[in-house]
Design a protein around this ligand. Sequence first.
Ligand SMILES: Nc1nc2c(ncn2[C@@H]2O[C@H](COP(=O)(O)OP(=O)(O)OP(=O)(O)O)[C@@H](O)[C@H]2O)c(=O)[nH]1
Ligand SMILES: [Mg+2]
Length: 423
Amino acid sequence: MLNTPKSLRLHIGVFGRRNVGKSSLVNALLGYPLSIVSPVAGTTTDPVEKAIELPPVGPVVFVDTAGIDDAGALGGLRMARTAGVLERVDIALLVCDHTGIGDDERALLAQLAERKTPVLCVLNKSDLGPLPDAALAGLPGEETELVRISALHGQGIDAVKESIIRLVPEAHLQGPPLVADLIQPGSTLVLVVPIDLGAPTGRLIPPQVQAIREALDADAVCIVVKERELAAALGNLRTRPSLVVCDSQVVLKTVADTPLDIPLTTFSILMARFKADLIKLSAGAAAIHRLKPGDRVLIAEACTHDLICDDIGRVKIPRWLRQFVGGELQVDFSTGKYFPDEIAHYDLIIQCGACMVTRKHMLSWLYRAERQQVPMTNYGVAISLLQGVLPRALQCFPAALSAYEGAYEAACCAAARRPGVPA
Ligand SMILES: Nc1nc2c(ncn2[C@@H]2O[C@H](COP(=O)(O)OP(=O)(O)OP(=O)(O)O)[C@@H](O)[C@H]2O)c(=O)[nH]1
Ligand SMILES: [Mg+2]
């Protein structure tokens, strides 16, 4: 982190009128008092910069600035400096307080819109009472993210971090490819795609199409078969394929038909890596070993229309979980891009493959789960675990495998300490 040149770091500017709590917010985000905070308007004069690591975004620089409403001759010079910061930041946090949005904020929002700089509106001092809707008039569109916080009491700071993740330009959160780095030019990639009632008519689903495209781009050979034809297809190959990727639903049969020396994984595990963080989602899956009857599980589906996800998430995973646990579980569902704010009461969250949401969304949800200390995994990782083949399906991802194994040992120790379970 320390080696990342400042120019390559994501710059996040904190703007607003004097005294609204810009420096208080920066200090709360950093976790220590970098900037001077005082009730005297105009405390921050020159921009104050601090480089930190902001997981999962990575290295960022926060820039605290002088108030945009600074008056007098010196104030003009300060505002010129703030305007300079405005030109070079990748993301802007516009802080306002209980007095709401005024001309100063509207002028700043217009400048940011002109530069196409993503903005997060932070309504500070929420401890002083709710802000009337009229005080927010002038906020551009429904798309503008808005977070209510109290920097003084440290409330809402995690929500600010989470929103920052969603505002980060996509290029900054680029993850690994779906499969391209696991295959070599000239090698063979075998995809196992079941065509059952749940499969959409006449087409393949996005991860399957993407895998084929990546194989072609990598100058590899791609063979697509249904699970029934896999053994014959492997038998016909003269050279060992680089990788077999199957739909999670046929992982048991695919494992049975694939010789151990051929790496194997599932589309959904590839999606966990591509769209979020396979290491964290693998560690999160270990919480399944700790589940007991009566525990609460949230199944989060990112889209509302995919029949396959529906069947897996609504029916199969809850059934397999209950069988695994040996009793009833309280299973809740969330659908669409809505992911509940309050999740601390869940013992586990299982997210769908997330074909339809961005990596930013997934990372922000994962971050929310982490902050509320709820283990989170995804459909594919959970299914492979419930079918007893997760270590095989993670074989080509050693870091994820050891994260799972470490968390599994911890989960088993915790389960052994449960009342009624002999040590
Ligand atoms: N009640 C309340 N007071 C706050 C909150 N955040 C900051 N303050 C107070 O507001 C005053 C101004 O805070 P600063 O963080 O210095 O504000 P600033 O926007 O950096 O101000 P300038 O640097 O002068 O532009 C201080 O007295 C803070 O203690 C909050 O959430 N609630
Ligand atoms: Mg300040």
